[in-house]
Design a protein around this ligand. Structure first.
Ligand code: SF4
Length: 280
């Protein structure tokens, strides 16, 4: 067994959350630059240059990329040979988010109650997913999920007869009806299969693959390519003002499902596609 101090977990979550909010990953920055070379709408090209410049200024002046510093979504891949120096893994993660909110001046965006509202004041509780994996390491991935794009996401249980075409139409509809609301260009996470809760989970998790990584199954890798092309033919464009760059990537994850159902979820992320990871 290997012991990891929970203070290390707290400090790492704090650093990852601040880094995610302040420094956009290189794959996104390259994608903005590449898209600016092919975007057909001059206004769209200008927007791509502006969001590229915005990411550079944020890093240089150490400021958040966007005013909505998101809901903290934390994935833990926990080695079965890891133990902690004291109880309280989830609390240590929430302490890290709380510390990041204070030290990084991140916006407190969590309502205490969905109907009565109020604000928790420190962006906790985080959304935490824990998976047990073999080994003595712990991998932490922290996403800062903006809500303009989350609000345009959707989930539905289709009937099996809807097939691939039904799933594709559901995805395209989510993106086109979202229009400018999710702040395109987007990263589109798609979950297919599982059940009501797991299909939404895999759609979210797929967002946090490296941008250009494909599904390992060639069938789904091909669908990712084809659906990206279709989305970019929709004309939504950068910031929804028209053009050929509506999304930068489509990531699909699939799971076995009940013979009587075809669950599908679309989790949309915006151009402020923020996530960082570390292995302890
Ligand atoms: S959707 Fe993304 S880019 Fe738009 S306001 Fe929210 S976090 Fe910012």
């Amino acid at each position: 067994m290997r012991t990891i101090p929970l203070d290390t977990v707290r400090g790492t979550v704090c650093k990852l959350y601040i880094d995610a909010c302040y420094r956009l990953n290189d794959d996104m920055r390259k994608a903005f630059k590449d898209a600016a070379k092919t975007e057909v709408n001059p206004q769209g090209r200008e927007i791509l240059q502006m969001i590229s410049e915005n990411a550079e200024i944020a890093e240089k002046e150490w400021l958040p990329i966007c005013q909505d510093t998101g809901l903290a979504v934390v994935y833990v891949e926990l080695g079965e040979e890891v133990r902690f120096d004291r109880p309280g893994l989830k609390e240590a993660i929430n302490q890290g988010v709380r510390q990041a909110c204070k030290e990084g001046l991140l916006r407190a965006s969590v309502a205490k109650d969905p109907l009565r509202r109020g604000n928790t004041g420190d962006n906790t509780p985080a959304i935490i997913h824990i998976d047990m994996v073999p080994g003595d390491k712990m991998k932490l991935t922290v996403g800062a999920k903006g809500t303009g794009s989350e609000n345009m996401s959707r989930v539905k249980i289709l009937t099996p007869s809807a097939g691939m075409e039904g799933v594709k139409n559901f995805v395209l509809e989510a993106v086109t009806q979202g229009g400018s609301n999710p702040c395109p260009p987007l990263v589109v996470g798609v979950g297919i299969g599982g059940n009501l809760e797991t299909v939404a989970e895999i759609a979210k998790k797929s967002l946090y693959r490296p941008l250009k990584d494909k599904n390992k199954d060639p069938y789904y890798a091909r669908l990712e390519e084809d659906w990206l092309k279709e989305i970019n033919k929709s004309g939504v464009g950068p910031q929804g003002l028209g053009g050929s760059t509506t999304a930068l990537a489509v990531h699909i994850e699939a799971l076995p499902c009940h013979i009587g159902a075809l669950p599908v979820a679309v989790n949309i992320d915006c151009h402020a596609h923020r996530h960082k990871e570390a292995v302890l």
